[in-house]
Write a protein that binds this ligand. Structure first.
Ligand code: GLA
Length: 524
């Protein structure tokens, strides 16, 4: 099952719906439950049917880790209201509570629903994630436990000197998009082997990044240890390094990661040291539960804390800020030592999601450059939800945007087309151009968008994109890309020189497709 992803749809507008009393199935009453709410006294045992109070359900993840979800409920007669703290990571208002048989059912603004069935003093809980169920028995806890911990004071803002890593956008693989919470040591080793075997490593894909769900608990001294799916991180890093590759891990500035695992809250220095001692080369640091504690205006200081810890760790570690584009991160990401920062919410493996993200990056272009990159999220190429034409567009667009190229597919089971897309040397060269200039659209005309970027050798990369549903003729006027005189044009997917052109170039671009060009001044 894929874990909760992103904080995309958090709209905390409270609505309350009536709840049929458990003992009768009579009229539904709708009224404002915020009036006359009672506080529950823990020692004062309530009837099991009075749900008021805080509840905790522990769900074992199959990797030795148990993750609590909390409910804080207010029942006033027939009216139920409250919040759920999903995997202790985000607090969401409950929506549309109602009774079905002997169960109380409600949703949230995320596509996750909950069924509670009173069972003695407890509540039997079924959580429906849309793509899988989790079940457990909820018991009463204090409200203090269910609420986020107190905020730890943050450092004053002061620039952190970055490691000098990632002079070109990082390239490699990340476990999340395909493997989600199934990632384990053998999957990571196999991914490292596949990068070598497929030839992708020699094209620059060197980072093997373990995303969420590797974390265990802390030992007696407070050091983070991996869960049982990762028996020995140092040995894993050695394995990856012996193959000339680099290893990345994932954490959160909050107490919990997005999947509900242990985060780095209050342990930043210790964790950075631990990562360095394992030989970690890259960290993705995901806001997640930090939003229960800090406001968006504190994001910079929160990220600075880990930036400083990494700088002191004694090892150059690529610092990837994953904060969904909150708080204009592009304006300060570099100042906290960041090498890349997410500009928005999570990508999904479909055309709508990919194109919505990829074609809305214009405003961030000025902030990209050697050592500091905008991150529109990881690649979905080869995951099956788009056509190869769409994946070619995805890959071309990401390369035009000087985006990190983190493959998110199963490298051991990829088609020849997937390998051909991820392995297109000429397109990768655009992404990795040392000038580091992110492309911007120079033409936006209905479904047609033309992107251009300057390259170090004085030529330009130009992408003719067709977002429409039918093939279109696209005309590139050289004035659109501010070049004069004859230009030599090469097609980077056909790997073919198309000839010399005087003032314009015209091509047919298929639906959802791209024609990607290198335009070189003809200086004969
Ligand atoms: C968030 C991030 C994703 C992924 C998941 C893991 O949703 O945006 O990229 O890391 O968390 O839980």
């Amino acid at each position: 099952m894929r874990q909760i992803s992103s904080f995309a749809l958090i709209i905390l507008l409270g609505t309350t719906m009536a709840l049929n009393p458990l003992e009768s199935k009579s009229n539904i009453v709708i009224r404002n439950s915020h009036k006359n709410t009672q506080r529950i006294d823990e020692d004062n045992k309530k009837q099991p049917t009075d749900l008021t109070g805080a509840w905790r359900v522990d769900i074992a993840q199959g990797d030795g880790i148990v993750i609590p979800t909390y409910f804080i409920l207010r029942q006033n007669g027939t009216v139920l209201d409250g919040t759920v703290s999903i995997k202790s990571t985000v607090d969401l208002q409950i929506r549309n509570p109602h009774q079905e048989g002997n169960e109380i059912v409600f949703g949230t603004d995320w596509n996750i629903s909950y069924r509670l069935r009173p069972e003695g003093e407890n509540l039997y809980v079924t959580i429906d994630y849309g793509n899988g169920l989790e079940k457990g028995s909820a018991f009463r806890v204090s409200e203090a436990e269910a609420r986020p911990p107190k905020s730890i004071p943050l450092p004053a803002l002061k620039n952190v000197k970055g490691s000098g890593a990632a002079q070109t956008p990082p390239m490699g693989w990340n476990s999340w998009n395909h493997f989600g919470n199934r990632v384990d040591d053998s999957i990571v080793r196999a991914a490292a082997d596949a990068l070598l075997k497929s030839g992708l490593a020699s094209l620059g894909y060197v980072y093997i990044n373990i995303d969420d769900c590797w974390e265990g608990e802390r030992d007696a001294r407070g050091n983070i240890v991996p869960n049982k799916k990762f028996p020995n991180m140092k040995a894993l890093a050695d394995y990856v390094h012996e193959r000339g590759l680099k290893l990345g891990v994932y954490s959160s500035p909050g107490p919990r990661t997005c999947g509900g695992y242990e985060g780095s809250y209050g342990h930043e220095d210790r964790d950075a040291k631990t990562y360095a001692s394992w030989g970690i080369d890259y960290i993705k640091y995901d806001w997640c539960s930090a939003q229960r504690i800090y406001s968006n205006s504190q994001l910079q200081a929160v990220y600075q804390k880990m930036g400083r810890a990494l700088a002191k760790s004694g090892r150059p570690i690529v610092y990837s800020l994953c904060e969904y584009g909150l708080a204009d991160v592009w304006k300060w990401g570099q100042q906290v030592g960041g090498n890349l920062w997410r500009t928005g919410y999570d990508i999904q493996d479909n055309w709508q999601s990919m194109s919505r993200i990829g074609f809305s990056q214009d405003a961030y272009a000025p902030y990209a450059g050697p050592g500091h990159w905008n991150d529109p999220d990881m690649l979905e190429v080869g995951n099956g939800g788009m056509t190869n034409t769409e994946y070619r567009t995805h890959f071309s667009l990401w390369c035009m945007l000087a985006a990190p190229l983190l493959a998110g597919n199963d490298l051991n089971n990829m088609s020849a087309e997937t390998l051909e897309i991820l392995g297109n040397k000429e397109v990768i060269a655009i992404d990795q151009d040392p000038l580091g200039k992110q492309a911007v659209p120079v033409v936006k005309n209905g479904d047609i968008q033309i992107f251009a970027r300057d390259l170090e050798d004085g030529s330009k990369a130009v992408g003719l994109f067709n977002l429409g549903t039918t093939t279109a003729k696209v005309n590139l006027n050289f004035s659109d890309i501010k070049v004069n005189g004859e230009q030599k044009i090469r097609d980077l997917w056909l790997h073919k020189d198309l000839g010399e052109f005087k003032s314009n170039f015209e091509a047919e671009v298929s639906s959802h497709g791209v024609v990607l060009l290198k335009v070189v001044p003809d200086v004969r």
